[in-house]
Design a protein around this ligand. Structure first.
Ligand code: CDP
Length: 223
């Protein structure tokens, strides 16, 4: 049996979110950004005093116990993330959250908590889900799997241009270093590390416009 999910995975700032949203719009199906869920947990943890110095499963357990995180469908049929009943905001894209999200996402209890919720979302029908482990862990039987990459230089250039990103005073070098550190932690963690599924279609988006990548994926899906 295959799950009717289009899985898009890849490293930080590889253009996944833009492409995933574009593909979902093209196919007129909903889109779920799982990175936002990890960022929301990270923000909730920071508000409860968790930092790089005490980022452990024990510190996250009470955060997960109290946190209410839902993707709910709005009138337009889009899924919007709600954190404790409120729509999430630009705080999820801050440099502070970005610096702590990979250590938080490496914790097994955090991943188990989200795995269950992410799998439940597919019950709503066909959708595009984007992250790091959608094709490997969450939906190993997804109907379509894409792994999006781009050179580190291109990814560092794209990042500050992304909507809502908050990189006051950051240089290209510091952005590149932050991205590289996140990728290092994401691909070397024990649970569900970032890697392409054996049956994923690899797409290098370096030098391509968003539309060109969306077209490429849409063609594969409609073939
Ligand atoms: O937008 P960007 O590519 O920078 O990252 P994101 O998709 O917002 O994900 C933020 C972080 O959440 C990643 O660096 C991972 O540590 C974590 N993440 C994960 O572990 N598994 C996922 N399925 C999605 C995100």
């Amino acid at each position: 049996m295959t799950t009717d999910v289009i899985a898009i995975d890849g490293p930080a700032a590889s253009g996944k979110s833009t492409v995933a949203a574009g593909l979902a719009e093209r196919l007129r199906i909903p889109y779920i950004n799982t990175g936002s869920m990890y960022r929301a947990i990270t923000l909730a943890a920071m508000r409860r005093g968790v930092s790089a110095a005490n980022c452990t499963e024990a510190a996250l357990a009470p955060v997960l116990e109290r946190l209410q995180l839902d993707y709910v469908r709005n009138d337009a049929g889009h899924f919007v993330l709600r954190m404790d009943g409120h729509e999430t905001d630009a705080a999820l894209r801050s440099a502070e959250v970005a610096a702590l999200v990979s250590p938080v996402a490496a914790l097994p209890n955090v991943r188990a908590w989200l795995r269950e919720r992410q799998r439940a979302l597919a019950a709503a029908g066909r959708l595009v889900m984007e992250g790091r482990d959608i094709g490997t862990e969450i939906f190993p039987d997804a109907r379509f799997k894409f792994f999006l990459t781009a050179t580190p230089e291109e990814r560092a250039r794209r990042r500050p241009a992304q909507s809502g990103e908050n990189f006051d005073g950051a240089t290209l070098e510091s952005v590149a270093a932050a991205i590289a550190e996140r990728d290092r932690i994401d691909s070397t963690r024990t649970v569900a590390p970032l890697r392409p599924a054996a049956d994923a279609v690899l797409v290098d988006s370096t030098g391509l416009e968003v539309d060109e990548v969306v077209n490429l994926l849409a063609r594969k899906v409609m073939e």
